[in-house]
Write a protein that binds this ligand. Structure first.
Ligand SMILES: Nc1ncnc2c1ncn2[C@@H]1O[C@H](COP(=O)(O)OP(=O)(O)OP(=O)(O)O)[C@@H](O)[C@H]1O
Length: 256
């Protein structure tokens, strides 16, 4: 079997006396949709923040595509091929949908943001390509016709799609989504599920935090469960759903 795409071993993260991640290890294979669930405060977002360089873990190891990413800065993580979205939408509210995606691509351009602002000839040529690609990404996530709309005027579901387009603009091999279905109605959630399946079919591995258990059960290849910073279960959805430790963590009582 080939090496995992992402592997973390023995990760610890403490905030003062709070042990937010306690010896967490997991491995995600190329092409998987891997889910992360757990009660509120279990440490899911903290793990995302560690994986994307926003938080420095206290101990452990973290490799991605064979590269050591332990305690690396967020831009190194993005350049290595990990992109993420946030639990609370973080778009540029007063920029158009197209501009939001164009910004996401600058991590992969030769001239970068400064060159683009100064409008070098090379930057101008690159800019045209960026614009075309941004439109393709908007089409890809299903909001191509809203390209000129300010992000803040998009519906909630479309803002979530725009965030995914912006993350895909960095050409990731792993897309990490923090509660992408939060606040969505059932038909928006179904559309999101189809989009994630398409992203995976196009070769991007997905790591997903989500509270919508039905969505997770129908979408993920494997699921890990965090509780009080510890990984208490991992496996295919059916096995995880019936695991007594998981039921206890969610209900607060051991199953009869
Ligand atoms: N920057 C921080 N400073 C102090 N404590 C933090 C910080 N970030 C997270 N925590 C704490 O770490 C614990 C885990 O939080 P985290 O946000 O990772 O949980 P979560 O599983 O994502 O929860 P939710 O499902 O509610 O989003 C919580 O007790 C939280 O208060």
């Amino acid at each position: 079997m080939s090496a995992p795409l992402l592997e973390i071993r023995g990760i610890h993260k403490r905030f003062g006396g709070l042990h937010a991640l306690n010896d967490v290890s997991l491995a995600i294979n190329v092409g998987e949709i891997y889910g992360l669930i757990g009660p509120n405060g279990a440490g899911k977002t903290t793990l995302f923040n560690v994986l994307t360089g926003l938080y420095q873990p206290d101990e452990g190891a973290f490799t991605f595509a064979g590269r050591d990413l332990f305690r690396k800065k967020p831009y190194v993580v993005v350049e290595s091929g990990i992109a993420r979205t946030f639990q609370n939408i973080r778009l540029f509210a007063n920029m158009t949908a197209l501009e939001n995606v164009m910004v996401g691509q600058h991590v992969r351009t030769r001239t970068g943001v400064i060159g683009a602002v100064l409008r070098h000839p090379r930057a101008r040529a690159e800019e045209a390509g960026i614009k075309t690609r941004a439109q393709e990404l908007l089409d890809y996530v299903g909001i191509g016709r809203r390209h000129d709309e300010l992000a803040r005027n998009l519906s909630y579901g479309d803002q979530r799609r725009l965030e995914i387009a912006r993350a895909l603009a960095t050409r990731p091999t792993l897309l990490a989504l923090d509660e992408p279905a939060a606040g969505m109605n059932p038909s928006e959630t179904e559309g999101l599920k189809k989009l994630m399946e398409k992203v995976r079919a196009d070769g991007v591995t997905i790591l997903l935090i989500e509270h919508d258990v039905k969505l997770m059960m129908g979408l993920c290849d494997r699921i890990a469960v965090l509780d009080y910073g510890k990984k208490i279960a991992e496996g295919v959805p059916e096995a995880v759903k019936n695991d007594p430790r998981v039921i206890e963590a969610y209900l607060g009582v051991a199953p009869q």
